[in-house]
Ligand binder design. Structure first.
Ligand code: HEM
Ligand code: HEM
Length: 138
């Protein structure tokens, strides 16, 4: 926090990092979906490798957003924004997608549920950009 309760310029780090994490998630999702197309099976290992990294980046963005609000944005109240609620739903959906992915080899419904949770998470991540922009000090 800067003297006088002004938001610190460091508070830009969370939005920039989270935007990159959202881009990585979108790319990982496209690999997963394209891996189902004819001739796309070779993309599956790249999806398996990148998707957990994308999920971890999003989980980190959530914690980073809370820390940033607490320490760098004295003008904001913690956990009062739609951005917080959508972020929580995003973390839940992504965790479910990650958990269900482990069942894909043995449970046929997991092949439907996994991309469904993943795409819901991607939609929520896109919504996060919209609600996040409203919190920016421009
Ligand atoms: C996609 C993953 C994202 C997650 C999980 C996430 C999560 C969070 C959380 C939990 C907070 C605390 C909010 C509160 O307590 O009310 C926060 C704050 C904030 N978020 Fe995000 N966010 C994400 C993306 C973004 C993006 C893309 C932007 C900008 C376009 C953004 C802009 C902000 C801003 C401006 C704050 C206030 C703290 C600060 O200025 O650093 N967020 N975020
Ligand atoms: C972000 C949205 C996501 C989408 C749209 C998506 C989509 C897909 C699709 C379509 C498949 C192929 C399933 C099949 O036909 O057998 C797949 C497989 C897989 N996904 Fe995802 N996924 C997403 C996120 C994730 C995440 C977050 C993780 C892990 C943290 C993950 C881990 C895996 C794994 C390990 C497989 C391979 C399972 C196997 O073949 O044994 N995915 N995904």
């Amino acid at each position: 926090m800067l003297p006088g309760g002004e938001p610190s310029p460091l508070s830009w780090l969370h939005p920039v990092f989270a935007l990159a994490a959202t881009g990585l998630l979108a790319y990982a999702a496209s690999l997963g979906l394209r891996s189902r197309e004819r001739g796309g099976a070779h993309l599956r290992p790249r999806h398996r490798r990148l998707a957990p990294m994308a999920a971890c980046s999003i989980f980190f963005s959530f914690v980073f957003g809370i820390a940033s609000t607490l320490w760098l944005r004295p003008d904001l109240e913690l956990a009062q924004s739609p951005h917080f609620k959508v972020g929580t739903a995003l973390v839940v959906c992504l965790s479910l997608a990650a958990l269900v992915s482990r069942k894909i080899p043995t449970l046929s419904s997991a092949r439907l549920l996994h991309p469904a949770f993943g795409l819901a998470a991607l939609l929520l991540a896109a919504l996060q950009i919209f609600f996040g922009l409203r919190l920016l000090r421009l």
